[in-house]
Design a protein around this ligand. Structure first.
Ligand SMILES: [Zn+2]
Length: 221
């Protein structure tokens, strides 16, 4: 996908510069367009602009993957109860700091057979601006907590906020992580929306093999 975008953008700029030769506005316009493409690529994980993420499974079976981000929290046990009742296995992308706050809940996630993934140590709001070494530190520190807490090591990683950029891409390569994205996200439907709306948003975007991203940080989810 990213290659098509680059080629399209390159051709577009060339035609534009040729058509309006010499005008400073043309260069400014191209620069703004380029910035827009980079920002779009940074925030849309499905685009695979900087990092190739797994965003769905190709399948003919009616199946979806539930992946919970940002826990464990005080709400996670309720999620675990529901999963157990319905005999469903999910993946929990945990934050290192949260595991330290809720060690018993983390042990329950493991004991009940769910898969664990890395979601950085501190889930920094500045994730998009961190250096490669700081990003590596965030990933490795979370791995340390995961291992210390008895989780099996794997390469599953979910980028906080779905943000990717060249520094993050380098950190993935150095730490041998595989980025797991999503197709159907609760991202935009956080605390202010009611349960019915959340349910509606999830089911209307659902396809065979979708990866669904709820957060175990709210009772409404
Ligand atoms: Zn997150």
């Amino acid at each position: 996908m990213k290659h098509y975008l680059f080629i399209l953008f390159y051709l577009f700029c060339n035609v534009f510069i040729y058509a309006f030769q010499g005008s400073l506005w043309v260069y400014l316009f191209c620069f703004l367009m380029f910035s827009a493409v980079v920002i779009w690529g940074s925030f849309d994980i499905g685009l695979g602009y900087f990092v190739n993420s797994i965003t769905h499974k190709r399948t003919k079976i009616k199946e979806v993957a539930l992946t919970f981000d940002d826990g464990p929290t005080e709400f996670t046990p309720k999620f675990l109860d529901l999963l157990k009742e319905n005999n469903i296995k999910a993946t929990f992308f945990c934050i290192g700091k949260q595991i330290e706050k809720h060690p018993e809940t983390f042990q329950r996630i493991i004991a009940e057979g769910h898969t664990i993934g890395n979601h950085t140590f501190s889930h920094s709001n500045n994730t998009g601006f961190l250096s490669t070494s700081k990003m590596i530190e965030e990933i490795e520190k979370c791995d340390e907590v995961l291992l210390k807490s008895g989780s099996v090591q794997n390469n599953l990683y979910r980028p906080p906020f779905g943000v990717t950029n060249p520094n993050i891409a380098k950190a993935f390569r150095k730490t041998h992580k595989k980025s797991i994205g999503w197709k159907c996200s609760f991202f935009a439907i956080r605390l202010h929306e009611d349960e019915k709306k959340i349910y509606q948003k999830v089911t209307e975007g659902l396809k065979k093999g979708s990866i669904i991203l709820p957060h175990d940080t709210s009772e409404k989810t």
